[in-house]
Design a protein around this ligand. Structure first.
Ligand code: SF4
Length: 438
């Protein structure tokens, strides 16, 4: 699917706000800075929702890209991207995440959530290169699922994910060691493990590999309850990372009491818990969050209801629990998209997810009133690091026979990470009457 050139986009909204031709505000005026200037000066996540988060010292940096791409106008970049894509034909596939800016999404062959895009990569094995216009963990997942001959390219290496970075592999290994000391290793006489690790798709390949090595599984925001049920069939408890909110919202909806969901803070001994709390736990939640979805509040929902009587409030399950509880519905990006597509009467929708997706849905469905709960324009900082200039650079390098910014997962990590992904694909929803947890 190729989406036409945007006539409305977050970039254009930001320019209008900056020029004073529209109301509203942004979380930072630095959003309008050239991304290569941000790459040159900023070792962090860049302007946007994650700008206050601390990037690990090991986070990849993006070196300077050639001046011709930094100096090119948007019209020139558009012409060069289209020409390079046409010449490369089936040799290249461009993937665009729902949260990516429209100025990049317009060139995507597929647009979707992280897992849809990773599986799309497997559908076109003739493509020698997959240019993933998303963030680092997504490109890693595409590399895990694609063929060894296919090169997965992240156009800007600085496009990480602050949430994924919150579960560092060394901290997770240390946590596991401490939990094994508390629970003891090995299964009981019924073959039940003391704890099963579950990682959200939004995690590094190293974490997926860890989970695979320890009998665990990956989940997405669409299948988290099915996956937790799978884990409870094999273990007394679940260690869920990196997103505490998805873990808490999902486990709560399954009937697990909040007092049996202690949080693990990796900077404290036993994660800041005592042994009794860990023994009584059903879900141990890692101390991670998404800074985009953390911005949504119950006050925003109350305001939307007051100003738009009858509004349908749908939020992503990465939002904090009080926000999910106050919304009418919560679900993945794909759920949100389908809910809007399925509305047969003109409807007001207040959406709690990333602004690029919300504005795109609003443009695609003018019969509805669709707006973001957060009145401040504050995109995902790391998605925002991808700009047409980087895409043009990646495509034209391929034409010259050079693969830049290849994301490649080592075999020692890839094998167990694939186990964890395959377990997820094989997990089936439990019968409705079954009891969650134990
Ligand atoms: S929206 Fe949140 S979880 Fe998704 S890539 Fe951005 S920081 Fe990461």
């Amino acid at each position: 699917m190729t989406i036409p050139a945007p006539t409305a986009s977050v970039d254009l909204t930001l320019r209008d706000i900056s020029a004073g031709t529209t109301g509203g505000g942004t979380c930072t005026t630095e959003l309008l800075d050239a991304p290569w200037d941000v790459d040159a000066r900023d070792p962090g996540y860049g302007p946007g929702a994650s700008m206050a988060d601390t990037a690990p010292a090991t986070a990849p940096r993006q070196g300077e890209i050639p001046q011709e791409y930094r100096a090119a106008s948007s019209e020139e970049l558009d012409r060069r991207i289209r020409a390079a894509k046409a010449e490369l034909g089936d040799r290249v596939m461009v993937l665009g995440h729902f949260y990516q800016r429209d100025e990049v999404v317009q060139y995507a062959d597929y647009v979707g959530d992280s897992f849809q895009l990773a599986t799309a990569a497997t559908a076109r094995t003739e493509a020698e290169a997959i240019i993933f216009c998303g963030v680092h963990f997504m490109a890693e997942t595409a590399d895990l699922l694609s063929t060894p001959e296919q090169a997965v390219i992240l156009p800007n290496l600085a496009a990480g994910c602050s949430m994924a970075d919150m579960a560092d592999i060394d901290q997770v290994e240390e946590c596991w060691e401490q939990l094994m000391e508390v629970y003891g290793e090995g299964e009981d006489a019924d073959g039940i493990a003391p704890i099963v690790p579950v990682t959200y798709m939004n995690s590094s390949a190293a974490i997926k590999g860890f989970v695979g090595r320890h009998g665990g599984i990956v989940c997405t925001s669409s299948n988290a309850s099915t996956v937790l049920q799978w884990a409870f069939e094999r273990g007394r408890r679940v260690l869920f990372f990196p997103d505490q909110h998805l873990g808490r919202n999902t486990a709560k909806a399954m009937g697990i009491p909040l007092e049996q969901m202690p949080m693990w803070n990796p900077r404290k001994p036993l994660g800041g818990n005592d042994e009794q709390a860990l023994h009584e736990a059903q879900v141990v939640l890692w101390h991670g969050f998404c800074s985009v979805h953390k911005r949504f509040t119950t006050d925003q929902i109350a305001k939307a209801r007051a100003e738009h009587p009858g509004v349908r409030v749908i939020v992503h399950p990465e939002c904090p629990m009080p926000v999910v509880d106050a919304a009418d519905e919560s679900g993945s990006t794909d759920y949100i998209r389908k809910a809007i597509e399925g509305a047969t009467e003109p409807t007001s929708f207040a959406i709690g997810t990333e602004i690029n997706l919300v504005q795109r849905l609003a443009a695609q469905h003018p019969q509805h009133t669709i707006f973001c709960l957060d009145p401040v324009v504050c995109p995902c900082s790391t998605m925002y690091r991808i700009h047409p200039g980087y895409l043009a650079w990646a495509l034209e390098s391929l034409l010259e026979g050079e693969v830049i910014n290849r994301i490649s997962v080592g075999q020692d990590v890839a094998e167990p990470a694939r186990f964890a992904l395959e377990r997820m694909l094989a997990a089936k929803p439990a019968p409705v009457s079954s009891t969650p947890g134990r």
